[in-house]
Design a binder for this molecule. Structure first.
Ligand code: ADP
Ligand code: MG
Ligand code: MG
Length: 894
């Protein structure tokens, strides 16, 4: 018989933490905590395999599931000493969803299941608290009616509001038992009206209804969206946990709360949590009542006037603090827990590895290592390279003048400025048009996810550090300020008011998610740097990493930034950008207009000293490290004038008529410039261009060599080679110039000549090309274009449709297409190294900073990747993780 159900409770469990694929994260950890002897209400978990079966078999269950569920239910009854459906002493349960990875708020949990008109009476009598019993019953009808039966959530809210206003009461806590009884009657009538059937009174029917709803919720829209955004496979499925209820809403000695074992925003080793007295389940995160702090320190830090749990329930607090220590020691990681206190007794309802900001992740990893709980390699493996992006974002310039108009909680760090929007849809619309937007809401809910994703920052006026907005923003790496209570939002009017100032949709505000400050207008920011825990962790990554990481840098400022972030050289310096600078463009255009070699040489002579100076600077900044310079690549018409004025200016400089300029411009225009007169084809037709560039490089190298007394490690790269002879000819030009410069300088210049491999033909003929080339650099942007026959500049209009229909998994311009483009890289590498075993090989292009692509490069055995300056730490960490995971296939030396 297949095992579909795993039990936990009473100090033991059939499951364990490593069974998350089968039991879901929540079920696996409930089992683990139970086995650890922590106070966990007993229960059982129905496996994700049942979910798979459910969808594969027309939403039905395996035949033997029923018996297994009933047996497990009986065990709960025994442990708790109450019976499911019993009118005197009823057992109530929660029915909870749980996928392999946590999907916060994505699927719905039903609490207090097992209540009906009879058992509610029994609960009232048994607990001696009628109010509690009927409050629980109405919560159940509300949740079950909405989640399982599909009745509108607001129908219930409206009924409750009506009752409250009739009674003249403003908060739920003031309603008495007899009031709740009346609310319940109206709730039941509403359900019957909406679904055409009475509210189910049979607890077994309720249970199976809820189980079906949890499995069904795997495919509701917001769960599907969340999976899409987080790349969670559709076929994983969810598990269902059924667990005996414990009650935080039984009076003043009861409470419910959520906590992090360390601060999830900063990573500091301090207990961080929120709780509410006399409350149940989601009350803390729902924002209905303002949550209180668990610790006295937290209360101080949040300027809260409400008493901390540490003060109100010192004994339970101490116990919770012990559980905190035990869990951290056991899981060797920061935990995010849910707990409930029932009449002074603590129960643990959930634990999982807590979501945290990148800064917190670094601090926690470094601290845990220093505390001896994990080793350096584990610390390095724990950090998601992509998350470092958060730390590589700007923060507010401390010198900038700013007027703080409101303060909230520092829910997710980073500074952001943008246009205010008040709905998720508006956020998406404006962002699609290229605007930076800040999404401002009273609070967010899972329906807002797409808007949060589109926004550069999120601001809420309600909710704590564990509110939906805070948790989701941290996960997404969006700056977020939550609970800025001084701001009044009128979403209907698309307006917010702060300190009497009206801020309308489209107005600019700035938020600082690191401090919780809100400012009107745009505040200048400063660039991040590598220090503290970040630097420590990167030094550990550097110890294991084999793949080198260089940068793509065209300007001295890029090169400096990259070097500060630990770049090990320049992998790609594009020289065309230098052609656009200031008054050079006039000389460049003059060169293009010339119709004789002499004319071109004359114009190139003007550019030479400027280009030489660029290289002098780059070589100095990168001293001691290799610098790869790509000779001119784009088609000439990119440098041509567009407006009449520009044409007139060129005409004057070149001594020709404006009409001649217009004619030349038209002549150079190509139908398909990407496949046209570009790359080394330019060097073939106008060798004097490459000659000038080579001269600039070597003269700069000689000058720097003389000045600093150190050799310059220059690598000259010929672009877009597809025919070996192209390289042979261009190499001859470069070598001749080198010899001339060496002769003039009176010393040898070390240099290498190589090529960019960006055409499928070059990959196939890599052996032949390697006879001439001393290095390869895979230009994977162009190689992706030419392999797919897909224009990078035109793909945007349809690539999302391809992703949506799963025709492709990921945009191949962002993450390397391992099967196609990757195979060509592999072929090129093998064929090249066969001819020249010490061939130095790297990649440049967007892929160099994408962690998955970095893994691929390590596996194929490349020597280095090159990426944009801000991605250098990301690439380095990904490279270290590739080595740690054993997928680094490099054979050659470093
Ligand atoms: P989510 O995944 O959305 O957090 P949960 O299944 O964890 O959903 O449950 C929602 C809320 O209900 C949580 O606050 C949880 O602590 C509470 N809860 C779940 N099961 C029980 C139970 N058996 N007794 C008391 N509270 C419960
Ligand atoms: Mg939970
Ligand atoms: Mg290219």
């Amino acid at each position: 018989m297949a095992k579909w159900v795993y039990r936990f409770g009473g100090g033991s469990a059939e499951g364990s933490a490593d069974m998350r694929n089968l039991l879901g994260g929540k079920g696996a950890n409930l089992a683990e905590m139970s086995a650890l002897g922590l106070p966990v209400p007993p229960g059982f978990t129905i496996t994700t395999e049942v979910c798979t079966y459910f969808y594969a078999n027309g939403k039905t269950y395996p035949a033997d599931l029923k018996v297994q569920v009933e047996d497990a239910l009986r065990q709960i009854e025994t442990i708790v000493g109450a019976q499911f459906g019993d009118a005197k002493k009823p057992l109530l349960v929660s029915v909870r969803s749980g996928a392999r990875v946590s999907m916060p708020g994505m699927m719905d949990t039903v609490l207090n299941l097992g209540l009906n008109d009879e058992t509610a009476k029994g609960l009232a009598k048994q607990s001696g608290d009628e109010r509690f019993a009927y409050d629980s019953y109405r919560r159940f009808i509300q949740m079950y009616g909405n989640v399982v039966l599909g009745a509108e959530h607001h129908s219930f809210e409206e009924i409750l509001e009506l009752h409250k206003s009739d009674l003249g009461l403003d908060t739920d806590t003031k309603l008495k038992a007899e009031h709740w009884k009346k609310v319940i009657e109206d709730y039941k009538a509403k359900v019957e009206e909406e679904i055409g059937k009475p509210f189910p009174q049979d607890p077994k029917e309720q249970l199976w209804g809820a189980i079906g709803a949890v499995f069904g919720s795997w495919n509701i829209q917001r769960a599907v969206t969340y999976r899409k955004l987080n790349h969670i496979p559709e076929d994983w499925g969810t598990a269902v946990s059924v667990q005996a209820m414990v009650f935080g809403n039984m009076g003043e000695d009861c409470a419910t709360g959520v906590a992090f074992t360390r601060n999830p925003s900063t990573g500091a080793k301090e207990f961080y949590g929120e709780y509410l007295v006399n409350a149940q389940g989601e009350d803390v995160v729902a924002g209905i009542r303002t949550p209180q702090q668990v610790t006295i320190a937290g209360k101080k830090a949040n300027n809260s006037t409400l008493p901390a749990m540490e003060e109100v329930m010192p004994t339970v607090f101490k116990q919770l603090d012990q559980v905190r220590a035990q869990l951290e020691k056991h899981y060797c990681d920061m935990q995010d827990v849910e707990f409930t206190v029932q009449q002074g007794k603590l129960y643990m309802l959930q634990t999982r590895n807590g979501k945290r900001t990148a800064a917190a992740a670094l601090k926690i990893a470094v601290d845990l290592c220093n505390e001896g709980l994990i080793d350096e390699a584990t610390a390095v493996a724990r950090i998601d390279p992509a998350s470092l992006d958060q730390l590589l974002h700007p923060t507010l310039d401390p010198k900038a003048k700013k007027e703080v108009v409101a303060r909230g909680l520092p829910a997710s760090p980073g500074a952001a400025s943008g246009q205010v929007v008040f709905t998720a849809d508006d956020a998406e619309d404006r962002a699609a048009k290229g605007a930076d937007v800040i999404l401002v809401r009273v609070e967010t809910s899972p329906e807002d996810i797409h808007g949060m994703h589109a926004a550069v920052g999120i601001l809420t006026t309600r909710g704590g550090m564990t509110s939906h907005a805070a948790v989701v923003a941290r996960g997404m790496g969006r700056p977020c300020v939550s609970g800025a209570g001084d701001i009044r939002v009128d979403a209907g009017k698309k307006l917010m008011v702060v300190r009497g100032q009206r801020v309308a949709e489209g107005d600019i505000i700035t938020i600082d998610g690191g401090t919780g400050e809100v400012m009107i207008g745009q505040i200048p920011t400063i660039q991040p740097s590598l220090s503290g825990d970040f630097a420590t962790l990167m030094s550990w990554a550097d110890k294991v990493r084999k793949l080198k990481v260089r940068t793509n840098a065209d300007t001295p400022s890029d090169a400096r930034t990259a070097r500060d972030f630990g770049a090990e050289g320049i992998g790609l310096c594009r020289t065309e950008h230098m052609f656009f600078d200031g008054d050079r463009i006039v000389a460049v255009r003059e060169m293009i207009m010339a119709d004789t070699v002499e004319g071109r040489k004359k114009a190139l002579a003007k550019i030479l000293p400027m280009q030489r100076q660029d290289f002098v600077e780059l070589f100095k900044i990168m001293r001691g490290l290799p610098v790869t310079i790509r000779l001119l690549d784009p088609p000439l018409h990119e440098f041509l004038p567009h407006s009449r004025e520009e044409m007139a200016e060129i005409a004057k400089a070149a001594g020709v008529t404006p009409d001649a300029v217009a004619a030349r411009t038209a002549q150079l225009r190509e139908t398909n410039p990407m496949l046209g007169h570009r790359g080394c084809r330019l060097g073939i037709t106008y060798p004097e261009i490459y000659e000038m560039q080579a001269r600039a490089i070597f003269e700069a190298a000689a000058a720097v060599h003389k000045e600093i007394g150190e050799t310059v490690d220059a690598e000259i790269m010929i672009p877009l080679v597809g025919i070996p002879k192209e390289l042979t000819l261009m190499k001859a030009v470069v070598e001749r110039v080198a010899a001339e410069v060496e002769k003039a300088a009176g010393f040898k210049l070390p240099y290498m000549i190589g090529t960019m491999i960006e055409l499928p033909r070059a990959c196939l003929l890599a052996g032949e090309i390697a006879k001439e080339a001393e290095f390869f650099s895979f230009g994977t942007n162009d190689l992706t274009q030419t392999t797919y026959g897909l224009s990078r500049d035109d793909a945007a209009s349809f690539i999302t449709a391809y992703e949506r229909q799963s025709i492709i998994k990921k945009d191949p311009f962002i993450s390397i297409d391992v099967e196609g483009v990757g195979e060509l890289v592999q072929i090129g590498t093998e064929r090249g190294r066969k001819v020249r075993p010490k061939l130095k090989i790297g990649i440049c292009g967007e892929h160099g900073g994408d962690p998955a692509s970095v893994h691929f490069c390590a596996k194929v055995g490349l020597d280095y990747v090159s990426c944009s300056p801000y991605r250098v730490p990301i690439a380095k960490l990904a490279a270290a993780q590739a080595t740690l995971s054993g997928s680094d296939g490099r054979k050659g030396e470093g």
